[in-house]
Design a protein around this ligand. Structure first.
Ligand code: NDP
Ligand code: MG
Length: 408
């Protein structure tokens, strides 16, 4: 039969077992990754797993997958981890250095799914040895994107976007050339406050912010989704991952979370990736890359969904997204400060020290103050990024009482 030739699997390429390390194995992304590894059977071997302090879950995974090494970031939990792994022969360690050691061990593929800027150094350790790194931790790109991506080019590390929108762009981008790209569009669900008034959003409770309509995720990113700070972080993430300017990245609110990302090319074709809102889809794409794995996520039934709708984001009610664009355009240390201030603001909101509406105000005030005080250059090393991050955190913490007082 004559047919338009389709790309076929390269069966000459050996299907050897892939060794894998999962940083942040006990989290939400970690959980999805371990589920895929479990289903993948002999195709994968787990070299190392890490957590912050959840020793019970970490030891359970370490035993189940008979890993080579398990690391817990919280040093106080070392004895508990040793005890939980007694008799297994599994090596273990504690502290930041142990998490970095886990990333540095020879695994072909590393999932970087620690939450927050704490994920930067471990992810870099994997990049430094030229590994294939599935990057879920967007904060490390926001915090030190230029440096991180330059380092990956130098070491030959392959960065695979695990964040659903960026994974969608990664898939769509392959149907055209850089010169033909007009813009990319990432979608946002709009979160639980999509239809709320500014006044209601200002007063939203922690419980309300944690009720995401479509995705089940860790606490920090769920709150970031409610404030749309997550989409702001993702705009900066996309800029670094794909070398795009702020003007080449658009955001559309799409409450059904079915279309994850789109790329517009010069012939006006728009190529999109669609799928159920299940992180196992983009993670499976990274895990199988350059091939595809059979995935456990639900098949997409567009007829059952019926309608896909899109809206322009409202920057008045969700000022965090506008702040992210501003930080990206300002460049230098501004995105680093944006991320650090947001981490402090979210922690303060979770501790019920500030109202939801104050998150963006604290981030804005911190960026303003930091741009006066802190070096404006983009961090040229992990240490420089961490230093700017620390200064920004202190600044945000010091501004917190006055922001809280102004609003009350
Ligand atoms: P979770 O909070 O569910 O999990 C975070 C993981 O990192 C846990 O294993 C946690 O260990 C560990 N961890 C936390 N702090 C530290 C630290 N200081 N040092 C070392 N390890 C630490 O987060 P998510 O899985 O939701 O998110 C992980 C990353 O992926 C984030 O950057 C997020 O933005 C990104 N992401 C997440 C998505 C999602 O659907 N969840 C979607 C796209 C991106 P412990 O369990 O012991 O606390
Ligand atoms: Mg995302």
């Amino acid at each position: 039969m004559s047919a338009v030739p389709l790309k076929t699997l390269d069966t000459a390429r050996p299907q050897s077992q892939r060794s894998v390390t999962v940083l942040g194995a006990t989290g939400s992304i970690g959980d999805s990754t371990m589920d895929l590894l479990r289903r993948g059977g002999e195709r994968f071997r787990v070299e190392a797993v890490t957590a912050h302090s959840n020793v019970e879950a970490l030891a359970k995974l370490a035993r189940e997958f008979n890993v080579g090494f398990a690391a817990v970031a919280d040093e106080a939990r070392l004895d508990a981890l040793r005890e939980a792994l007694a008799g297994t022969g599994i090596a273990c360690g504690a502290g930041e250095a142990a998490v970095i050691e886990a990333a540095a061990r020879p695994a072909d593929w590393v999932m970087a799914a620690v939450s927050g800027a704490a994920g930067l150094k471990p992810a870099l350790a994997a990049v430094d040895r030229g590994a294939t790194v599935a990057l879920a931790n967007k904060e490390c790109l926001v915090c030190a994107g230029e440096f991180f991506m330059t380092r990956a080019v130098k070491t030959g590390a392959r960065i695979l976007p695990a964040d659903s929108e960026h994974n969608a762009l990664f898939q769509a981008l392959s149907s055209g050339n850089r010169e033909e790209l007009v813009r990319v569009i990432i979608t946002a669900s709009g979160g639980p406050f999509r239809t709320w008034t500014a006044e209601a959003i200002e007063q939203a409770s922690l419980e309300q912010a944690l009720k995401h309509p479509n995705w089940s995720m860790g606490q920090k990113i769920t709150i970031d989704s409610a404030s749309m700070m997550n989409k702001g972080l993702e705009v900066i993430e996309a800029a670094h991952l794909f070398g795009l300017t702020a003007d080449e990245i658009d955001v559309l609110v799409h409450p059904q979370s079915i279309v994850h990302g789109m790329v517009e090319f010069s012939d006006r074709s728009v190529v999109a990736q669609l799928g159920a809102p299940d992180m196992r889809i983009p993670i499976a794409h990274c895990l199988g890359w350059p091939d595809r794995l059979p995935g456990p996520a639900a098949r997409l039934d567009l007829a059952a969904i019926g309608q896909l709708t899109f809206e322009v984001p409202d920057l008045k009610r969700f000022p965090g997204l506008g702040l992210a664009y501003e930080a990206l355009r300002t460049g230098g240390g501004a995105p680093t400060v944006f991320n650090a201030a947001n981490e402090i603001a979210v922690a303060a909101f979770v501790a019920r020290k500030i109202r939801f509406g104050m998150i963006a105000r604290l981030v804005e005030a911190t960026i303003e103050a930091a741009l006066r005080d802190v070096a404006a250059a983009a961090p040229a090393s992990a240490d420089e990024a961490i230093a700017v991050d620390h200064v920004a955190r202190k600044l945000a913490a010091s501004l917190l009482p006055q922001i809280a007082a102004k609003a009350s």
